[in-house]
Design a protein around this ligand. Structure first.
Ligand code: PLP
Length: 477
């Protein structure tokens, strides 16, 4: 399997070659040269497999430069009941992503049972093991530099802690995260995890990362890498739970299901698109946004209109607060018939601050075959949905999942099971739960009192030079 750039300008590469990098050299995103098809026979056989075995079958179709026994060992080490143990009472942690049925034909797929209580753990935990493996094979080291407003940073740190050959420098806005989020990250004592609290906003953190990544000399000298949501391995790891959820919600192969996905950077639902392209019987991919509705607008109208940072709302489902969707280019590449010239010209407009509109093109006629529909949910919907799900089903959901439940209600169809992807645990967003239900969500036992643990963080001015010096100093030690 080779990987190509959505903009056509990169030589095809193998999986391990693109694993550690970010964007393709031409500014595009790496995509597989084709999507492997899953036969009916394979699908029938996969139905009975435990999570790790299923993951191996799927991943082996995309990864041919790690010997299967070694790939199996990495996967087995990642998807253990001990690692994904924070599931609802009565659910089996060995399922990794257990299904909770709210009512006949309406389900939640729990993706937030990993160490940081959000779905990003599922891919990131595998990424930690893949990085360690490839770096060791090559005798290389890597310094991951990232910016976070919460979920991504903690998922990356818990995935990379203690891993050989990897260091993480994670920038976060000083005093802007919740006490729980801060405690999750800053209480890590592993020497390879370096938390840097920037006196500024999340955007300042991101600007510093961009400035340093643009300095080619520094980047090479200090082997700077990233683990952001455009990383192909993350998308790939996420396709597995679409299959798992399908098997859990159906009794026979061939039956169609719908998935509803709370979306921001389009990484999660892109994995659903890939599962569909591989042959998983998906009737609908329901994309849900919050007030930041760039993607809902596209799927309703054909117009993609990225917003500026100033026009991005801070909401009560903060992990979906995006101005543009970084993985979206991969889907558009398929939509325009994998024509890199077209993608290049569309993103030339976007990069100049513009937008594009596909509604009057022949590509838009193909849209129905991709099964996407969309909707939007705002704060009042979120709160009402948390309340309703609690009173009707006795199930507490987080604000992101609530956005998807709200939009999913609109698209339910008789005879087609609807599977809502649960992307975080309510314990991470206590304030909104309190507003909706008047009670505080309970936490997994071992996270009780985490705010009182000693914290390890360097506070730093919003200045790329100062962050550079921290990296230089750490690497010299
Ligand atoms: C990251 C995240 C999302 C959005 O996922 P994308 O892959 O960016 O679309 C939704 N919910 C939660 C809790 C998240 O952490």
């Amino acid at each position: 399997m080779r990987y190509l750039s959505t903009r056509g300008g990169a030589t095809p590469q193998s999986f391990c070659d693109i694993l550690l990098g970010g964007l393709a050299p031409d500014g595009g995103l790496f995509v597989p040269e084709s999507y492997p098809r899953v036969s009916t026979q394979e699908l029938a056989e996969w139905r009975k497999l435990p999570y790790a075995a299923l993951a191996l079958r799927i991943l082996a179709k995309f990864i041919d430069d790690i010997p299967p026994p070694e790939l199996a060992a990495l996967i087995d080490r990642t998807y253990t009941a001990a690692n994904f143990r924070h599931c609802r009472p009565g659910r089996d942690a060995a399922e990794i992503t257990p299904l909770t049925t709210l009512e006949e034909g309406f389900h939640l797929l729990e993706l937030s049972n990993g160490p940081t209580l959000a779905f990003k753990d599922i891919a990131m935990q595998l990424l930690g093991n893949l990085f360690e493996y490839v770096l060791e094979k090559r005798g290389e080291t890597l310094n991951i530099l990232g910016a976070t407003s919460g979920d991504t940073g903690s998922a990356a740190e818990y995935a990379m802690r203690g891993k050989k050959g990897v260091r993480v420098f994670m920038l976060s806005p000083h005093g802007k995260m919740s006490p729980f989020q801060r405690a999750q990250m800053y209480s890590l004592q592993d020497p390879n995890i370096i938390n840097i609290a920037i006196r500024g906003m999340f955007d300042d953190c991101q600007d510093i990362v961009k400035a340093i990544a643009a300095d080619a000399d520094f980047k090479t000298r200090y082997k700077i890498g990233a683990v952001n949501s455009i990383n192909w391995a993350r998308v790939l790891a996420q396709t597995v739970y679409y299959f798992k959820g399908y098997f859990a919600a159906t009794e026979q192969d061939g039956q169609e299901v719908a998935f509803a996905v709370p979306s921001g950077n389009f990484g999660n639902i892109l994995a659903g698109h890939i599962a569909h392209m591989m042959g998983l019987p998906i009737a609908r991919l329901v994309l849900a946004t919050n007030e930041n509705d760039v993607l809902d607008e596209f799927f309703r109208t054909g117009r993609y209109r990225p917003r500026s940072a100033q026009d991005t709302f801070v909401t009560s489902s903060p992990s979906m607060d995006i101005s543009k969707a970084s993985n979206f280019e991969r889907f558009v590449f398929d939509l325009v018939g994998r024509d890199a010239t077209v993608v290049r010209s569309l993103w030339r407009a976007v990069e100049q601050g513009g937008d594009f509109d596909l509604s009057q093109t022949p590509y838009w006629q193909r849209m129905p075959s991709y099964r996407f529909v969309s909707g939007k949910s705002v704060h009042a919907d979120r709160v009402a949905t948390i309340r309703e799900t609690w009173s009707r089903y006795g199930v507490m959901i987080d604000p992101h999942t609530a956005d998807a439940v709200k939009v999913a209600q609109h698209w339910r169809e008789s005879g087609v099971p609807m599977i809502v992807l649960e992307t975080a645990q309510p314990a991470k967003f206590a304030e909104t739960i309190q507003e909706a239900l008047g009670i505080s969500p309970s936490r997994p036992q071992e996270l009780v009192g985490i705010e009182d643990l000693p914290q390890r963080v360097l506070v730093c001015e919003a200045d790329a030079g100062a962050v550079r010096r921290i990296i230089e100093k750490t690497c010299a030690e």
